[in-house]
Design a protein around this ligand. Structure first.
Ligand SMILES: NC(=O)c1ccc[n+]([C@@H]2O[C@H](COP(=O)([O-])OP(=O)(O)OC[C@H]3O[C@@H](n4cnc5c(N)ncnc54)[C@H](OP(=O)(O)O)[C@@H]3O)[C@@H](O)[C@H]2O)c1
Length: 343
């Protein structure tokens, strides 16, 4: 009798183990299937899908695109490539002379109308936002590119970050970006509500916001803020026929990155902007995120691999990131010391 009981107990345990194995197998299949689907979607987004058609956003129909931080780097390239797509432009930046030179160049080359508005967004003055709103209220604006941004001059421990740098980063990247969007977006919503075109709001995020970045803590937090803000706004403006997307980018050659030579991982602004504009509406490297795109092919693969392996919030990624930025800091300090000695 005892023997039969024992056999029954073993049988029950086997059944339990069988259920467990089948459940684990089921979860494994689901995980593997979603991974394969995300990977295929990544490959389609980066290499196979056709470029975004900008006629739906009013290209060539007299519509305006507003670009902030438009006088240099990535913003200047957005201006050039949107002009090539036959958008009229409103260029916003700090230095009027640079804006006027670009205005003349783009009007001559592409036959579009280019308007300019120069102000220092770090001042966070209400009068500047009102001037912008007044201009936009009188124009058929369909696209806003929130490109202006500031980072730390060199990687720096948070406790040693100068107050002005900290305040400027938050004001430029966050407060001004939000208020500029409020000033421009009502005009975009008005155009989109007429039903002839859609609206588009692109905001420059960064891998600094995607991955918590020690020694760039304030910049990292400010770009992370933009991610959630932009994704939330995407939900709000979807019924109004306006697409809202955050653009995630690793390094690009520019004055801000202080990198002059491009490479497979670090594109020029021209190549970066080309892939961004052709990828709007695709997620590329940001497969797990709504209303987000990591457009440049090598950045996209990098984003995908981190998400699918260690994860952006992992301890290991954080400490690798710390080591990377610490070595940049040490090199920048040594360079500054050499310069000081030679003077
Ligand atoms: N470069 C990268 O590696 C990288 C990577 C990820 C994300 N991003 C993001 O991409 C965006 C553009 O970066 P970028 O590298 O092209 O920068 P950039 O070359 O330094 O150009 C910055 C632009 O913003 C304008 N600007 C700066 N401060 C301003 C202020 N206080 N008021 C008004 N305009 C101001 C500049 O105008 P002036 O010419 O008049 O100074 C310039 O037109 C930023 O949001 C950045 O965070 C860049």
């Amino acid at each position: 009798m005892l023997f039969v009981d024992e056999l029954q107990a073993v049988g029950a345990n086997c059944k339990c183990a069988n259920y467990f194995l089948w459940t684990a197998f089921g979860f494994g299949i689901i995980k593997l299937t979603t991974f394969v689907l995300r990977f295929l979607s990544l490959i389609f987004d980066i290499f196979l899908l056709p470029s975004t058609d900008y006629s739906k956003y009013g290209a060539g129909k007299g519509s305006y695109c507003v670009i902030t931080g438009a006088s240099d780097g990535i913003g200047k390239e957005f201006a050039r490539q949107m002009a090539a797509k036959k958008f009229n432009l409103l260029l916003v930046s700090r230095t009027l002379s640079k804006l006027e030179a670009l205005q003349e160049e783009l009007q001559k080359e592409f036959g579009v109308t280019v308007k300019t508005l120069a102000f220092d967004v770090s001042l966070d003055q209400n009068s500047n936002y009102l001037s912008l709103q007044k201009i936009c209220d009188e124009l058929p604006v369909t696209v806003l590119i929130n490109n202006v941004g500031q980072s730390h001059s060199i990687p720096v421990p948070f406790l040693e970050t100068e107050e002005k740098e900290l305040r400027d980063i938050i004001t430029i990247n966050n407060t001004a970006t939000l208020l500029i969007t409020q000033s421009v977006a009502s005009s975009i919503v008005r155009q989109a509500s007429k039903g002839h075109t859609k609206g588009l709001i692109l905001t420059m995020g960064s891998f600094g916001g995607l991955i918590p970045t020690p020694l760039l803590a304030t910049y990292s937090g400010s770009k992370s803020f933009l991610q959630n803000w932009s994704n939330a706004l995407a939900g709000e403006l979807k019924p109004a026929n306006v697409d809202v997307e955050i653009v995630l980018s690793y390094l690009v050659t520019s004055a801000m990155s202080k990198i002059k030579r491009s490479s497979a991982m670090i594109p020029s602004p021209k190549n970066f902007v080309r892939s961004t504009l052709s990828s709007v509406g695709h997620r590329s490297g940001a497969q797990e995120r709504f209303a987000s795109l990591t457009p440049y092919w090598s950045h996209a693969l990098y984003h995908f691999v981190i998400e699918e392996t260690l994860g952006v919030y992992s301890k290991m990624v954080n400490s690798i990131n710390y080591g990377f930025h610490n070595s940049i800091r040490q090199r920048a300090i040594r360079k500054a010391q050499r310069l000081a000695k030679s003077q």
